[in-house]
Design a protein around this ligand. Structure first.
Ligand code: FPP
Length: 245
């Protein structure tokens, strides 16, 4: 078992949960069963993060591009999400977990959107950990939406063009109070960002594993965190500069 330094935990972990389909094929199952097993892996990872004391966990549950999948698969994923939210709401309350969502939530089917908004509302006062689901999410869409909001504020005279800074731009993204991820995990041996948090990942440590998402366990998560803790984050500076602080 990997040893974790509790004083050097990433504050924000983001995960691209990939490989449900391949897991299903490997186990001679329908893709939907791969997603179902993937939802179980979600439960375990949320529990472990909460226990460790991770403050933000962002999961890429559905991308804007995922709408292009076969209708039955989209329907199954939506149903799984609704089911997850209904079943986990009490658990979130008991464990002081706040639910959030980023993405084009209005694009979600009515039933799941209502369940999601109710869970967000009900858990809004919880402060133990924030579970942030990226749903119908696209990183470039998020940036373009931010640019549009800034343009509106300039037009209305709320802000001036020359006061725009990187920090201020972050305030126009979907979840302004969310710190940038410290660690990004992508499963299933793919080495891409797939339009996930592309603004926020600028200085994030990237961790790739061949494990397919449904097989991703508590131990795999601890391994990823231990790997993160062995790295030196320099943010463009030198090691010598960092050791002076
Ligand atoms: C990628 O695997 C996974 C998804 C597109 C969906 C992720 C959804 C879940 C893990 C389950 C439901 C989520 C929650 C929050 C309860 P893939 O289908 O692209 O796999 P493949 O690349 O092997 O085909």
């Amino acid at each position: 078992m990997e040893r974790i330094d509790r004083d050097k935990l990433p504050k924000h972990i983001a995960i691209i949960m990939d490989g449900n389909g391949r897991w299903a094929t490997k186990n001679s199952m329908n893709r939907v069963l791969g997603h179902r097993k993937g939802a179980e892996a979600v439960r375990a990872v949320v529990k472990t993060c909460r226990k460790l004391g991770i403050k933000y966990l962002t999961l890429y549950a559905f991308s804007v591009e995922n709408w292009l999948r076969p209708k039955e698969e989209v329907r199954a994923l939506t149903a799984l999400l609704k089911n997850y939210l209904e079943e986990e709401l009490n658990e979130m309350m008991d464990n002081n977990i706040r639910l959030m969502a980023i993405g084009d939530i209005d694009a979600l089917a009515g039933g799941v959107k209502t369940t999601l908004c109710e869970a967000i509302e009900k858990t809004s006062g919880n402060q133990g950990m924030c579970l942030n689901l990226a749903l119908s999410y696209g990183g470039r869409d998020e940036i373009v939406d931010g640019v549009k909001k800034i343009a509106r504020d300039i037009r209305s005279g709320t802000i001036k063009e020359d006061t725009i800074t990187k920090d201020m731009f972050s305030q126009y993204l979907y979840f302004p109070e969310m710190p940038d991820p410290d660690l990004l995990i992508r499963t299933s041996g793919e080495y891409r960002l797939s339009n996930f948090l592309i603004w926020q990942l600028a200085y994030t440590e990237l961790y790739f594993t061949d494990v397919l998402w449904p097989d991703f366990s508590r131990e795999h998560l601890l391994e990823a965190i231990a790997d993160y803790q062995r790295r030196e984050r320099r943010f463009g500076m030198t090691s010598e500069q960092l050791s002076k602080d």
